[in-house]
Design a protein around this ligand. Structure first.
Ligand SMILES: Cc1cc2nc3c(=O)[nH]c(=O)nc-3n(C[C@H](O)[C@H](O)[C@H](O)COP(=O)(O)OP(=O)(O)OC[C@H]3O[C@@H](n4cnc5c(N)ncnc54)[C@H](O)[C@@H]3O)c2cc1C
Ligand code: SF4
Length: 311
């Protein structure tokens, strides 16, 4: 059952933030709504006010200059592939966006919403009725993790596909709040706590994504899932290589936050793979087993290294 009792359409970022500040603790911003509404239907989100930010025109633009590619947070995933500069310079981002959900969902889903979508887990991404029968886990106010049996930590999976591609090319995000506007590395907002996966003020608005143009990247993106459309990731990898030989490996779906490993062309690549695997926190909360997902990290990374002609 959807529990939101009210809905307000914001006209600007200032307007959205001032409405949010008056309703602290009971609101949720909604952009494309493809994540928020599912969480509501599943009884995992009890916000009683939805503040619709989808018509804030300033957040719908894409700009390119000498220093940055800037993508507004409300740009739809489906629209990225219509932008020639992004297609020719950041093909891994296009692949990541095209791998989210289904074609219909991608026409509504925004890139900002994708970076902030809720973590998932086989025991959480279920109806209220299902979860009542199975028992509540830590992420649903219960006192045990149903996947691991542990009582302390939730390792719901970080599932945003575009975040993995964006972190591999060193993306920054602009956060707009009533007090200030800040620019920070995208990865810095992800906590690794499966219950509260992002460190972002409730009222803050993600306004843009900036990809610096001071380095040229070649990137390879891969995603493991059972069905080619609809399924959330079981493992996402993005590997980027700069002209100066810097390697950035980013993994999704295998921890409550992105896993990042840095290296250089010429490093022992097997050691980089081992480091990536040992930094994950994979538990059996996916349709694929923990052991299989671990094995697939090495498979995907080796394939990516080959495609980047590192081996
Ligand atoms: C069947 C199905 C399959 C899916 N498969 C995938 C998948 O494979 N990969 C994947 O990554 N996702 C998947 N999703 C989740 C979702 O569709 C995407 O993550 C989508 O990009 C979310 O964008 P949105 O605009 O709809 O976000 P919304 O639902 O509107 O918002 C998501 C969250 O972000 C917050 N938010 C949104 N925009 C802003 C902003 N600018 N500033 C501050 N807060 C903001 C909202 O408050 C909310 O917490 C799937 C969803 C469905 C229903
Ligand atoms: S990892 Fe455990 S606590 Fe977290 S959502 Fe899954 S079952 Fe719940």
């Amino acid at each position: 059952m959807i529990s939101a009792k009210s809905y307000i359409k914001a006209t600007s970022m200032d307007n959205a933030i001032s409405i949010a500040e008056k309703h602290a603790g009971i609101f949720r911003y909604i952009a494309g709504g493809t994540d928020v509404m599912v969480n509501k239907f599943q009884g995992n989100d009890d916000a009683s006010l939805l503040i619709d930010i989808s018509e804030i025109a300033a957040l719908t633009e894409i700009h390119v200059n000498d220093k940055f590619l800037e993508i507004g947070a409300l740009v739809c995933l489906d629209d990225l592939k219509k932008h020639p500069f992004i297609v020719s310079n950041f093909p891994a981002l296009i692949e990541a966006a095209n791998s989210v959900a289904s074609p219909t969902i991608r026409k509504t889903a925004t890139i900002g919403g994708n970076l902030l979508c809720e973590n998932r887990c086989l025991f959480y991404n279920q109806s209220e009725w299902w979860r009542e029968a199975a028992g509540s886990c830590l992420k649903c106010n219960g006192n045990i993790c149903l996947a691991s049996g542990g009582k302390k930590s939730c390792f719901s999976k970080f599932v945003s596909d575009t975040a993995i591609a964006l972190i591999s090319v060193n993306a920054q995000i602009q956060i707009f709040d009533s007090e200030d506007i800040s620019l920070k590395p995208l990865e810095s907002i992800y906590t690794g706590d499966g219950i509260h996966p992002r460190d972002l003020k409730m009222t803050a608005i993600l306004s843009s994504i900036y990809i610096p143009r001071n380095e040229e990247f070649r990137s390879v993106y891969k995603k493991l899932r059972k069905r080619e459309t609809l399924d959330f990731t079981s493992l996402t990898t993005a590997v980027s290589l700069t002209k100066t030989g810097r390697i950035r490996i980013v993994l999704g779906g295998v921890h409550a936050k992105p896993v990042i490993v840095y290296g250089f062309a010429g490093n022992d690549l097997n050691l980089l793979i081992s480091e990536a695997i040992s930094n994950t926190r994979i538990i059996d909360n996916d349709t694929y087993s923990k052991a299989y997902r671990k094995e697939m990290i090495a498979v995907f990374l080796n394939q990516s290294f080959k495609e980047l002609q590192l081996i």
